[in-house]
Structures are given as C-alpha cells and as structure tokens.
Design a protein around this ligand. Structure first.
Ligand SMILES: NC(=O)c1ccc[n+]([C@@H]2O[C@H](COP(=O)([O-])OP(=O)(O)OC[C@H]3O[C@@H](n4cnc5c(N)ncnc54)[C@H](OP(=O)(O)O)[C@@H]3O)[C@@H](O)[C@H]2O)c1
Length: 334
C-alpha cells in the first residue's frame, strides 16, 4: 500500500507507520514535528498542521490509503483548539482524500464518543452518541467520526476504529503521567471500588488498523462502520494501574480518597486552571475522576467478525514486554 499516517509521530501513529514499513508498504507520515527515527527506517515525513488544508492535501497526494490517527488528545484545553485539530482537521483530510482520489480512509476514533458518565458494560456499536459530552475531546472525536462515516461512498470507503486505552512501549500519555504522579506521591485510588475497564496493547491496535485497510472497499462489510477494539479482558482499573507501575519498577497505589472528595478537588482544579489560565493540565479533572470510577468495557464481537481480527497480546505478556522496554530504554530517567 502507499499509505499516509497522520499523527505518524505519535504513540499509535508511529507504531502503525513502522509496522507498515516492516510489511514493505510505502509510508508517509504527517505531523507538526520532525521524526528522524522514522526517516531512518525509510518513512517519508511531511511536516504540517491539520488546520492547513493545502499541507494536508499535499500529504494525501498519490496515496491508496490514509490512516487518520492525528488528533488533539488529553484532558484539558480550549474547545476551539480541540475543534480546530479534530473537526476542522478531519474535514481537511476528507476534502484532501476526495481531491486526490484516495480510495480508503481508516480513522482512529475513540470509545469515549459513547461515554455518558454511567457504567459502560459490554456495550456494542449500537450505543448512540450521548446528548451531552463531558469533555471537549470526546465531543470533537464524535463530531469528526460522524463526518468520516457519513463520507463513506463508492469512491472513498471509510471506517472508524475505536481502541480503548491503548498501552505499551512508546506510550507518551498514560504511563508517563502515572509514573510522574506516583513518584511525586500524588497518586491515589479513587473510591472503594475498582470498576472493570478494558484496554488494548499497542500491537493489537496497530494490527486492527492494517487489517481494516487491507479489507476496506466500498462493498466490504466494514465500509461506513465504527468498531470498538480492546483486549476483551476487562480488569479492575487499579489492577491495571498497579501492573503498569510494577512494569516501571514502582510500588502499587495504596492510599485512597472518597469519590466525592476527588470530584470536589477536580472542580477546584478546573476552576483554578480556567480562571487563572495556568499552564499545562490540572492534576485532576471531572472527566478523569469519572473515567476512573466507572466501568468501561465493550463487546468486540463486531471487530472480530468484520475485521477477521482478534487481540493477541494478553495483559500479562504485554506488561512483561512493557517492563523490558522500560528497562532497555529508561524513558523515565531524569
Ligand atoms: N492512546 C489511547 O489510549 C487512545 C484511545 C482511543 C483513541 N485514541 C486515538 O488514537 C489517535 C492517536 O492517539 P495517541 O494516543 O497516539 O496520541 P499522540 O501520541 O498524542 O498522537 C497524536 C498525534 O497527532 C498529531 N497532531 C495533533 N494535533 C495535530 C495538528 N494540529 N496537526 C498535525 N498533527 C497533529 C501529533 O503530532 P505532532 O504533535 O507531532 O504534530 C501526535 O503525533 C488519536 O486519534 C486518539 O484520539 C487513542
């Protein structure tokens, strides 16, 4: 395939770009940074912002497939910044695909688009978007996904993959934050219960993207659909946290705070950051508290059936690989 990976410098995007390259595909990535480690393995790196329609257009030239993995992620930021990257950026990608005759678009969506603040247990893709969203991220991911799926037609086949909590070597968000909080003594369990969440190891998420691209065509089962992706093995959320900390050589989280107190602290943090315009992300947000205190696991039968995909890396094996990667690359050393 002649592939473009937007967000190819990110966690998921770079793992996908490398795997495509290993398969022998011709790979271009698009992002705002420079990625010498990708160039070193023969990947063409194009620098640009998703908001720049002509830069996105140039990146889509002569591609068979576009993997649109770039997005503004995270827990905090202005709505207009999320909208610019996730909604306007996706519009630019769709327009560029049409202009340059790209036949397939694999969009990286997010399961957070169905999150309504309650326990999500075994939901499948029939779950609707909620009436209101509790983060700019989920709202703009839902809006962009809806555009992508509505753009599926006989010239451009589209699909959205919704991986839940991607983890593994190369993680730039979840693990570094957790390690930093644990080291500074600011990591607490929230509430008395550990609700179950499902996660996905990076290689399994990558494999699903590639299978989707290979099989996607206007007549395929996948076209115009969204799919949840996870390991299909929900575990108590604090078990996952403790296992990740163990992989980084850190002790488990023992101290806990009641949910009500965590929500009150989150409200104070959000108000202070909002009013004072403090830099960076607040240490706690309502979205994070709700994510850590509600169940989140999905029915992945549709992805297994339509993508002919199944998760291969279990939690135990993945954690061992993660620990090896941390020992080899020491990403958290000062
Ligand atoms: N990680 C997860 O658990 C998870 C779960 C569900 C869905 N997802 C989805 O998976 C995708 C990848 O996420 P990730 O975890 O790999 O995050 P990531 O490491 O932050 O990657 C996102 C990439 O998007 C690029 N990007 C952001 N804004 C851009 C802009 N305005 N113009 C050009 N590029 C821009 C960034 O590149 P530069 O900063 O270098 O420009 C970055 O490399 C996202 O679509 C996310 O919504 C992730």
């Amino acid at each position: 395939m002649r592939a473009l990976v937007t967000g190819g410098g990110g966690f998921l995007g770079s793992a996908l770009a490398r795997r495509l390259r290993e398969r022998g595909d011709e790979v271009r990535v698009f992002g705002r940074g420079s990625y010498p480690e990708l160039e070193a393995v023969g990947i063409d790196c194009v620098r640009g912002d998703l908001g720049d329609a002509s830069a996105v257009g140039a990146a889509c030239e002569d591609r068979d497939v576009v993997f649109h993995a770039a997005a503004k992620v995270g827990l905090w930021g202005r709505y207009r910044d999320y909208f610019a990257a996730n909604v306007t950026g996706t519009k630019n990608v769709l327009r560029a695909c049409a202009e340059h005759g790209v036949r397939k678009l694999v969009f990286t969506g997010s399961p957070s688009v169905v999150f309504d603040g309650t326990d999500v247990e075994g939901w499948n893709e029939s779950a609707p978007y909620p009436r209101t969203f509790d983060s700019h991220y989920s709202r703009t991911k839902a809006e962009s996904e809806a555009m992508v799926l509505a753009s599926n037609h006989d010239k451009l086949a589209t699909v959205s993959l919704r991986p839940h909590l991607v983890w593994g070597p190369g993680d730039r968000h979840l693990l570094p934050r957790m390690v930093a909080k644990a080291r500074s003594g600011r990591l607490f369990r929230i509430g008395a219960h550990s609700k179950r969440v499902d996660t996905i190891y990076i290689d399994d998420a990558v494999e699903a993207h590639i299978l989707a691209a290979v099989q996607l065509s206007p007549l395929s089962e996948l076209a115009g659909n969204a799919y949840f992706l996870s390991a299909g093995d929900p575990r108590p959320v604090w078990e996952i946290v403790d296992r990740m900390l163990a992989a980084a050589g850190l002790p488990p989280v023992r101290r806990s705070v009641p949910v009500g107190l965590a929500l009150a602290a989150a409200r104070i943090c959000e108000a202070s950051w909002g009013l004072l315009g403090l830099a960076g992300e607040p240490p706690l947000t309502g979205f994070l508290v709700r994510q850590l205190t509600t169940a989140h696991w999905f029915d992945i039968a549709a992805a297994r059936r339509d993508l002919a995909w199944s998760p291969r890396v279990g939690i135990e094996e993945g954690m061992e690989r993660l620990a090896q990667w941390i020992r080899a690359t020491r990403p958290f050393d000062p």
